[in-house]
Design a protein around this ligand. Structure first.
Ligand code: NAD
Ligand code: WQD
Length: 337
């Protein structure tokens, strides 16, 4: 049987394809390469020594989806495809509703038609909004502060309604905290489009001289050193979480959400120090105003995922930083080298 991985050429998708292949599973990728290229999958093939099928196409193309479900013996879908830039989503909300919400709707409709009911969805800790307390439990109230977050919550709601309507659905909603790092080989990693929005890609671009300095967005938060605190997790750990979720839903009907994080929060200044230690590179930075929409502190309570999925992170901050640096320094222009 085959796992259909939408958005499998992207950052988290490519690492997950590698783990699936290493686990002996058959993988079919559907990606429109709007934020990636086939090169990541060529490297995944080389790393795994296994074959993998990839199709260039869009999740909003219902006819293509129907053909894929007819052609391949797909029994589950891991759904990464979508747009993910928070700032861009406030400027182009319709593009986000179209790709993320209409795209997921089309995919779920095609799955229902093909009687494929196993679905793992890339949700985000953004659905917890600005939590009243940390660590964050799955039972915390859900809210959103931007269109990107709304698309994630809308798809989560769609999945809950769907599972309630038909007991054949087996759905895992994976709420990622802050994925960073790269495969330890240094051959696959994150390729941000333009100026990075996220902290670690920005730091690594400063380290190779593509950016002059890092702006630290606010040092007056109510945290130990005043800078924002997040739960950063290694992308290989995150990728393995998808295999655990796929295994869990084999025997679990319904729709269940899991927070995937380490349970440990680090500040922006902690991240700079850790990167400097791992890479030997100095990161010049300047304190800048807070970034609109940012919250002070966000980290998971990962015990539900540990208990239910048997998943916990194994890689610490040093490995996240060493692997981010290996990827960036070996591929200064990402896959376009
Ligand atoms: P990414 O941009 O690297 O990967 C997404 C992939 O989907 C890309 O390869 C892109 O080309 C493809 N894609 C986009 N729209 C498509 C469409 N309509 N049809 C087919 N392919 C399409 O992003 P990522 O960081 O790997 O994130 C994967 C998923 O995880 C996304 O849904 C994202 O919202 C979610 N997520 C990411 C983070 C993060 O910090 N990276 C955190 C939480 C959740
Ligand atoms: C981390 C910390 C910034 C850049 C975002 C999305 C979230 C999820 C992951 C998809 C914050 C600070 C950052 C910089 C900085 N994505 N920072 N200078 O904001 O936690 O989460 O990505 O689902 O939905 O909102 O991650 O990496 O952007 O920021 O000081 O140049 O680093 O203020 O405290 P964030 P991030």
């Amino acid at each position: 049987m085959t796992v259909l991985v939408t958005g499998g050429a992207g950052y988290i998708g490519s690492h997950t394809c590698l783990e699936l292949l290493n686990d002996g599973q058959d993988v079919l990728v559907l990606d429109n390469y709007s934020n990636s290229s086939a090169e990541s999958l060529t490297r995944v093939k080389a790393l795994s020594g296994k074959s993998l099928t990839f199709v260039r196409g869009d999740i909003r193309d219902r006819a293509l989806l129907d053909t894929l479900f007819q052609q391949y013996r797909i029994d589950s879908v891991v759904h990464f495809a979508g747009l993910k830039a928070v700032g861009e989503s406030t400027e182009q909300p319709l593009a986000y509703f179209d790709n993320n919400v209409a795209g997921s709707l089309t995919l779920l409709q095609a799955m229902q038609e093909a009687k494929v009911f196993r679905f793992v969805f890339s949700s985000s800790a953004t659905v917890y909004g600005d939590p009243a307390t940390v660590p964050i439990l799955e039972s915390f109230p859900l809210s959103v502060t931007n269109p990107y977050g709304r698309t994630k919550l809308m798809v989560e709601d769609m999945c809950r309604d769907l599972a309630a309507s038909d007991a054949r659905w087996q759905i895992a909603l994976l709420r990622y905290f802050n994925p960073v790092g790269a495969h330890p080989s240094g051959t696959i990693g994150e390729q941000p489009n333009g100026i990075p929005n996220n902290l670690v890609p920005y730091i690594t671009q400063v380290a190779i001289g593509q950016r002059a300095f890092l702006s630290v967005f606010g040092d007056d938060y109510d945290t130990a050193d005043g800078t924002g605190v997040r739960d950063y997790l290694h992308v290989v750990d995150l990728a393995q979480g998808h295999l655990k979720a796929l295994s869990k839903i084999q025997t679990q009907p319904g729709c269940v959400a899991y927070s995937l994080g380490t349970g440990q929060g680090y500040s922006v200044l902690d991240m700079i120090t850790a990167f400097e230690k791992a890479s030997g590179q100095k990161i010049p930075y300047q304190v800048a105003p807070r970034r609109p929409g940012d919250i002070a502190c966000c980290y998971a309570d990962p015990s539900f995922a540990a208990q239910e999925l048997g998943w916990r992170t194994t890689k610490g901050l040093d490995e996240m930083m060493a692997d981010s640096w290996r990827w960036q320094s070996q591929n200064p222009n990402g896959y376009g080298k």
